[in-house]
Design a protein around this ligand. Sequence first.
Ligand SMILES: Cc1cc2nc3c(=O)[nH]c(=O)nc-3n(C[C@H](O)[C@H](O)[C@H](O)COP(=O)(O)OP(=O)(O)OC[C@H]3O[C@@H](n4cnc5c(N)ncnc54)[C@H](O)[C@@H]3O)c2cc1C
Length: 593
Amino acid sequence: MQSLQHGRTAANPDQSGLLAPDTSGMNFYRADPALRDLLRLHLTDALFRHIEPHLDRLGELAGGRLDECARLADRHGPVLHQRDKFGRDVQWIEYHPAYRELERAAFGEFGIHAMSIRKGILGWPDRYPVAAKHAFTFLFNQAEFGLGCPINVTDGCAKLLANFGSEELKARYLDGLTETDMSKLTQGGQFMTEKEGGSDVGKLTTSAVQEGDHWRLYGEKWFCSNADAEVVMLLARPQGASAGTRGVGLFLMPRRLDDGSQNQYRIVRLKDKLGTRSMASGEIKLEGAIAYAVGRLDRGFVQMAEMVNSSRLSNGVKSTALMRRAYHDAMTVAKNRVVFGSRIIDKPLARRQLMKIMLATEQALSMSFLTADALDRAEAGSQDAAALLRILTPTLKFRATRDARKVCGDALEMRGGIGYIEEFATARLLRDAHLGSIWEGTGNIVAIDALTRAIGRHGADSALAADLHARLDESVQVPQAWRDRLRDLTDRTVGFAREVVAHSDNEAEARRATSLLYHVASAVTLAWEGARIHEMSGDARRLLLSRLVVDHRLSAGDPFRLTGNAAQRKITACMLGDRGVGMSEVGELLSAT
Ligand SMILES: Cc1cc2nc3c(=O)[nH]c(=O)nc-3n(C[C@H](O)[C@H](O)[C@H](O)COP(=O)(O)OP(=O)(O)OC[C@H]3O[C@@H](n4cnc5c(N)ncnc54)[C@H](O)[C@@H]3O)c2cc1C
């Protein structure tokens, strides 16, 4: 039987024995049987066997060398230079060698940015499904979140170009975006936000003026991550085009021109950020920069939305990675630090905190796989999966990024005062976690997207309801009463979301409705996974997480009622223990009061 727990307990012990160890030296893949189980559920056997040794290696690096690089790169952020050493006006950004090492691992050794576009990465003859690619995203981001953005936008740029670019543009730029040879790689960027509007993209003022076979761009971009990217996708309004999002076109802007000189735009300064300090986000002035139209000019925003949506999924996965890392850290402390005569993990109140950290993390992991799987099926041509993806993407982005803030804060606190000190990763995790819910759409924007657009405009709620019901129908091993409970909750949640959508007066409920959609989808998915993992390993504990979601996220609590009853204590013991639990015991716990 497999354990949901990580096996390793005492890395880097303080020789005096006074302070708890941290996760240094932990292999984040081996420490994560849930990841392994979910990969086995979602991938073919052949693909799983192929990637496992690579995940094992990345897991080891992420818990060791890459984590140390991430710490250094965070402390020694990028520096913008205006001139080269000969005094010429050539802008360049200086990165710490640790950041360069992180780049070599992500782009060069593992090729995470190219996995879903280029065949042959890591010796696999085909492209990877998104579910497999994001297993690498998940492990890498447990060490380094800042570089997660350039990896993802390089991937997104290549995808946009592949889907909408002319043959000529593809021939010039696609290869570089998907290179794993670092001397040939050209990283991507996505510059959308302007002072006038990040959320309200229709207000953007950057203009594009046609000049022969190319365009010239004028204006300012206010938030440009991976500021010195060689290939940038951006939105600009062609001269004379209409106002609003309908009038914006999608353009590809190279950093360098054919003669090797810099294109006509300047990085005015780099942002001094709370988190992702390793990575350069800048403000950019476009001073007649040469750019090329991508796809149909009147579909610029719609095309860019594809990149935004795949970034939202990536964001959800990366926030899940932060939570998993935080969970590992919290468990390492709890198992090793002794307070008032016993280990923290043996204290009832701390056990409850650990369960909260675990629950949000496992929900996000399940929802990440559910969404990635929907994307894979949608790309294979399934209309149902496309509708499902439409609602799962903002739902995951909304809740997982918000949960990451709390989980990282709670894990920091588990380490006590020293968790607040920058020598430990917990402080960095918390700073980074606050970004997930802002970029690629703030909480309000993605909640409105899930409700007003995904449900109101596209009717994606029916696809979600159908998918969740089908999962419950398939899970015949799960006790009938529990399946009925989940069916009822699914219907009530979807009904509530429809009610919110029905009247614009209800918009203020959009966040609550999106959270409920997330919780019910995760409860059903955890049950579905639990039944399958039980068949593979005899361990049905994932099903218990489904009950915890229902108890703590989908039930109106009476604030005066005691909740730490015997059943809850037993469930906590199962989840925090190392022993697998069979279906009959789990079945009893599902109905125990
Ligand atoms: C570190 C960092 C890196 C970034 N990198 C990039 C990048 O590479 N490329 C890029 O294009 N952008 C980037 N961004 C920008 C980011 O995507 C935007 O900041 C974000 O989309 C919000 O836009 P805004 O800042 O203009 O805020 P606003 O749109 O002004 O929002 C302000 C507040 O209003 C709320 N709000 C807006 N509309 C509504 C509504 N209809 N109902 C209720 N509330 C609403 C928002 O939720 C928010 O709380 C980055 C941001 C950060 C912090």
